[in-house]
Design a protein. Structure first.
Length: 643
């Protein structure tokens, strides 16, 4: 196959692969729908019954219908050991509603059933990070104010004639019974029988931002000032230890534990400044711990699919965001946690005994405690920031540099200086795209762990596939007389306008993959403080890379053409094997490919060595394909000499 043809097919294959894994909106979990119905009953039953009498017939009929729906939907959930007990609780809830029990009794019963439901069928209970409140305000103005009003009072321009009318978010009595998580559920799923539509199409971060914004309308700013004073009390911090607690607690629950005035004020403060709940690393590791606990709870009741999803979320949403900082401070610990999380996913996938999964969860939690200690602010230093910035840029830049310099040297040997602009255009475009990525990641969007791993994984695989072809091709030209024949017969076709654009595309993909990785690492290192040391490390690595580039270009000019192709083919073959391992590893971390630990292989990131069976097999197959190609080249050269 000609190089140009192979490049076209490889490039198309990667484009199709990216299209195949474009994020699709997740299906609404049945357990979440039931939880939302229970929350609605707990909040709104008081508007239907008082002192044993129905005070709103329509509202009471709705409560009866909702409780019946809860019981029916529970019976349809996947079978677990807890399902029968949940159905029994739902029947009790139906009975007390039918008996027109006091609102407090119904609320307690509905809340208890909701907690038991989430324990048996876990769903994520907290945002991946502190929500962007400014973004929440903008989303509310765009999507919600026309019905709920600019001030959240339920009297928007389009609210006239709506039955039921839009919710008044400023109603303190109703708001004190409604958690941020409950608001998030309604935003995600909508509300049947009302004009409230689902906003599941919004990114998860946007839905949480909107929920926090809506949850603040009943709590004026002056309360937040009082709440800041309450927050200084250790009792308050113990009551709301993390983001999960903040979104799941209602104001009424905080009032019970802290007192009426204190609970209300604390709600106002924390919903307005959720970022006070620890540093970024602490929040991320807190999310990882929550997901791991939910993983174990799901696995213990036989909900294996949910356990797999939650274990992957523990890595992508919790641990992956802190990888850059931990890598800079303790690379060995980072790799240990990665391996331990991969082992946990493997045990879940194999459906090993609960004791084995629990043991591995405990091991990961222990390692996360070590990571939190390692990343404590007092352990940050200018030296660690400098070394981290230097090694990250040098490692990522060297991989891209070797490939780009090899292509530039090849074009010089071929006396095609006119084609050099395509290589230069490729790496310059990659740097510009990297700058755009940094701006987007900083000011516009949040790049999820899955998106990062999939981008790196598919980018690496594309580069590996192309380099596999190029390495074999270059090795063939290293044989005696092969280059001269190639120049005479095929050079013009091989470097046609179309293949030059593929040269541009290869340069862009190879460089952008490394730029993308470097940007995410540097963003994390910069937020860790010591910005001057980070900048110093970047400058030092850039200078060293420039020296290496100049030296390689000068040395390549002195090599005979056959020796140049021999060395280049070996270098490119090694890089193809390295990138094959990194590509499969990225797809494993993104949840696309299963993980089977293979501890006989050490973890050596520079070589793409990852201790999993799938990555090792990918590298062996790549090496075998290269060996076969090199052998065929040798046979062809022998035949040509004999002729």
């Amino acid at each position: 196959m000609k190089p140009a043809s192979f490049l076209r097919q490889a490039f198309l294959m990667v484009l199709l692969a990216f299209a195949a894994v474009s994020p699709a909106h997740a299906q609404t979990a049945p357990a979440q729908t039931i939880w939302r119905l229970l929350d609605y009953i707990a909040v709104d039953y008081s508007g239907a019954v008082a002192q044993g009498r129905v005070i709103n017939e329509a509202e009471y009929v709705e409560m009866v219908e909702f409780s019946a729906s809860v019981r029916q939907r529970l019976a349809q959930l996947p079978p677990t050991t807890a399902r029968a007990s949940l159905v029994s609780e739902a029947e009790t809830l139906q009975d007390i509603i039918a008996a027109k029990a006091p609102p407090l009794q119904v609320a307690i019963s509905a809340r208890a059933l909701g907690r038991d439901l989430l324990a048996a069928y876990p769903v994520p209970l907290a945002p991946p990070g502190a929500p962007d409140l400014a973004r929440g305000a903008a989303l509310y103005a765009e999507h919600c104010s026309s019905c709920h009003g600019a001030s959240g009072n339920g009297r928007g321009l389009e609210s006239a004639g709506m039955d039921p009318p839009p919710i008044d978010f400023t109603d303190r009595a109703r708001a004190r019974e409604r958690s941020v998580f409950a608001l998030y559920q309604v935003i995600e799923q909508g509300l049947e029988g009302t004009a409230m539509e689902s906003f599941a199409h919004l990114p998860v971060e946007d839905r949480w931002a909107l929920a926090f914004h809506v949850g603040r309308y009943a709590y004026p700013e002056q309360l937040a000032a009082r709440g800041q004073q309450v927050w200084a009390n250790p009792r308050a911090q113990a009551a709301v230890p993390d983001m999960r607690a903040l979104v799941s607690l209602t104001t009424a629950q905080l009032e019970q534990s802290l007192g009426s005035a204190e609970g209300t004020a604390l709600t106002a403060f924390l919903r307005g400044k959720p970022q006070v709940l620890g540093s970024g690393a602490e929040r991320s590791l807190g999310i990882a711990r929550d997901r791991l606990q939910e993983t174990l709870a799901a696995y213990e009741v036989g909900h294996f699919s949910s356990a797999e999803d939650l274990a992957l979320a523990a890595y992508l949403d919790g641990f992956e965001p802190v990888e850059p900082i931990l890598t800079a401070r303790n690379g060995a610990l980072m790799r240990s946690i990665e391996a331990a999380m991969a082992e946990l996913r493997s045990r879940i996938d194999d459906q090993q005994p609960v004791s084995n999964v629990r043991q591995q969860v405990d091991e990961v939690l222990r390692l996360l405690d070590d990571a939190e200690t390692e990343m404590a602010p007092e352990n940050a230093s200018s030296a660690s920031s400098f070394i981290g910035a230097f090694t990250v840029l040098l490692r990522e830049g060297l991989e891209a540099l070797l490939i780009v310099i090899a292509m530039m040297a090849f074009l010089r040997k071929a006396e095609r200086q006119d084609a050099m602009r395509y290589v230069h255009g490729g790496w310059i475009a990659a740097l510009l795209a990297g700058a755009a990525t940094w701006l987007a990641a900083t000011y516009l969007i949040s790049i999820s762990g899955a998106s990062r791993e999939l981008t790196e994984g598919f980018g690496s695989l594309f580069a590996a596939i192309v380099l596999l072809s190029v390495g074999i091709w270059m090795h063939g030209k290293a044989q005696a007389g092969a280059w001269q024949r190639y120049i005479a017969e095929r050079m013009s076709a091989a470097l046609s306008q179309r293949s030059l654009w593929f040269l541009f595309g290869l340069t862009f993909v190879v460089v952008y993959r490394e730029v993308f990785e470097t940007i995410l690492f540097y963003t994390a290192l910069w937020t860790d403080g010591n910005g001057g040391a980070v900048a110093g490390g970047a400058v030092a690595a850039t200078v060293l890379l420039a020296i290496i580039a100049v030296a390689m270009l000068r040395y390549s000019r002195q090599l005979p053409i056959s020796t140049f192709f021999t060395y280049s083919s070996i270098l490119i073959a090694i890089l193809a094997v390295v990138l094959a391992g990194k590509g499969i590893g990225g797809l494993q971390e993104g949840g696309i490919i299963d993980v089977t630990p293979f501890l006989a292989v050490p973890h050596v990131d520079m070589l793409g060595l990852i201790p999993t069976r799938e990555t090792v097999i990918a590298q062996i197959l790549t090496a075998a394909a290269l060996a076969a190609g090199f052998w065929l080249n040798w046979r062809a050269a022998q035949t040509a000499r004999a002729a």
